[in-house]
Design a protein around this ligand. Structure first.
Ligand code: 5GP
Ligand code: ZN
Length: 136
């Protein structure tokens, strides 16, 4: 896609620090890392969110995320890895080309989980049924 930042990265029009590339996937360092080594993994072809990605490509992306996660963990001596993928602006997506964040984690790094809520009586059943009925 012409004006997409990550498509420009794929085409080499924006420089990037690449850590992995194959026929359909690239991984490169995030320019503003939560910790050094924070890597983005994308399909070369433009799809806005995970929900549009064809299954075959998503499978390749997932396998690349696994390999990159192992490499980032080893290279940065991290104690763990957090994965994140925001879909649409309301969820925090700022670049509309689907991308996994692979983030090394360290003891006491202060990053927190999202706030956790509660279900009222019967609501878990209600939500699980609504979601089940919406599966395609
Ligand atoms: P999002 O907020 O959509 O989940 O993540 C977008 C990420 O892309 C951000 O973490 C941001 O730092 C990174 N980013 C934005 N522009 C560039 C760029 O030109 N090069 C690289 N390497 N990362 C970028
Ligand atoms: Zn794109």
């Amino acid at each position: 896609m012409k004006d997409c930042i990550f498509c420009k990265v794929v085409r080499g029009e924006i420089p990037s620090a690449r850590v992995y590339e194959d026929e359909n996937i690239i991984a490169f360092l995030d320019i503003a890392p939560v910790h050094k080594g924070h890597t983005l993994v994308i399909a070369k072809e433009h799809y806005e969110t995970i929900m549009e990605l064809p299954d075959r490509l998503l499978q390749e992306l997932a396998v690349a995320v696994k390999r990159v996660s192992r490499a980032v963990m080893r290279a940065t001596n991290a104690g763990g890895i957090s994965l994140s993928l925001a879909n649409h602006g309301i969820a925090g997506q700022t670049v509309p080309h689907a991308h996994f964040h692979v983030m090394p984690r360290f003891e006491g790094d202060g990053l927190r989980h999202w706030p956790q809520g509660k279900y009222a009586e019967g609501e878990m059943k209600e939500y699980s049924e609504k979601i089940k009925a919406s599966m395609e």
